[in-house]
Ligand binder design. Structure first.
Ligand SMILES: Cc1ncc(COP(=O)(O)O)c(C=O)c1O
Length: 341
């Protein structure tokens, strides 16, 4: 189903010269293999097709989730991380877009596990549920249109280099306002905003972009939330700063508090606080916990991934991969457990 990818994961944080982050290859999905949950059934990928007249294609009237599953080699188990939380957010997004209730959270969780199991995925993977106005009409409305759900999954490692430290810029594009497009819903159309920012950043030689809000304070990354550490004080931006309230953001706050004794302050953050920070990191299903070591060509702290960031990253990945029993309730196992395991 997938063409190719690389997994640059070497930890060179101890090096004195900053290492340039490598951009992992994001897979392109082939339609020649695999299964898709499509409009109520598991079908071969090539059967999961839509008409060019589909409403969502024209107006961006869809919403989606990004979910990760982690393969634990020792346990021979694939764990889906925060499966229920993602489908709960999906249900909220669908409600905001005035979609029909459709499949329940439980049904979508079950079908996702079945999709992974039937494809016998035994590596880290990414799951993409999408709900869309499938009506074949140009009528500009959200209400009273047919909608559908599809889910597919594919093997995927890192989305960004999580060890070297990202070199990022503040984008010229402002984060879309929740008063223009509901940012609390993960709507497909709003991601034009993110794509504009990442393209601009890449063209200028940066790895990622940070959005400011319409009023000029920090919002988030193009597809991730942001945390700033200064003198041991940890801060992240508020829902009122037009962020998508990340499931990883919540998990990070929990790990910081419970395992590292560090409370997170949720507050407005000024742009120049970024330059002055000791550490900055992104959180998100895609980026996981990613250190940011340069912003607008200024080194952050020592210019190396910070100690709080890297300890948090390690704890997060242990929990996600099923190596920390304290966080077993974050995970949904895909394969039946062996007796005694
Ligand atoms: C715009 C945006 N903000 C934040 C996040 C982080 O959310 P989560 O941690 O739930 O993946 C994402 C990723 O889904 C995103 O696209």
């Amino acid at each position: 189903m997938v063409q190719q990818q690389s997994h640059p994961t070497t930890d060179e944080a101890a090096q004195s010269e900053p290492r340039k982050a490598e951009a992992p290859v994001i897979p392109t999905i082939s339609t020649g293999e695999g299964l898709v949950y499509h409009q109520g059934r598991l079908v071969p990928t090539h059967e999961a097709m839509l008409s060019v007249t589909t409403h969502a294609l024209h107006y961006g009237t869809g919403c989606f989730e990004g979910i990760r599953a982690y393969w634990n080699e020792e346990q021979e188990q694939l764990y889906v991380l925060k499966l229920r939380e993602h489908f709960e957010r999906f249900a909220h997004s669908r409600r905001i877009l005035m979609m029909h209730p459709g499949e329940s959270v439980e049904e979508l969780c079950d079908v996702t596990v079945e999709l992974l199991r039937r494809q016998e995925i035994r590596s880290d993977a990414y799951i993409r549920p999408v709900a869309y106005k499938s009506a074949r009409t140009i009528k500009l409305t959200l209400s009273s249109l047919e909608d559908s759900i599809s889910i597919y999954a594919f093997p995927m490692g890192n989305y960004v280099d999580i060890s070297a430290g990202l070199n990022v810029c503040v984008s010229n594009w402002r984060r879309v306002s929740g008063n223009a497009i509901p940012v609390r819903a993960k709507t497909t159309g709003a991601y034009i905003n993110s794509a504009l920012a990442t393209d601009e950043a890449a063209a200028a030689g940066f790895d990622e972009a940070i959005f400011l809000t319409q009023s000029g304070t920090v919002s988030e990354g193009s597809s991730c939330n942001i945390f700033v550490v200064k003198k041991g004080r940890i801060s992240t931006t508020r829902p009122a700063d037009d962020i998508l309230e990340g499931i990883t953001r919540e998990a990070a706050m929990q790990l910081l508090a419970r395992d590292m004794g560090l409370a997170t302050e949720v507050r407005a953050i000024e742009r120049t606080e970024l330059y002055d920070a000791d550490e900055i990191f992104f959180t998100g299903t895609g980026v996981q916990i990613s250190p940011v070591t340069r912003v607008d060509r200024r080194a952050i702290g020592s210019g190396q991934p910070g100690p709080i960031t890297m300890e948090l990253q390690q704890r997060y990945l242990r929990a996600a991969r099923g190596d920390d029993p304290a966080y077993a309730d974050w995970l949904t196992p895909v394969y039946p457990r062996q007796a005694g395991a």
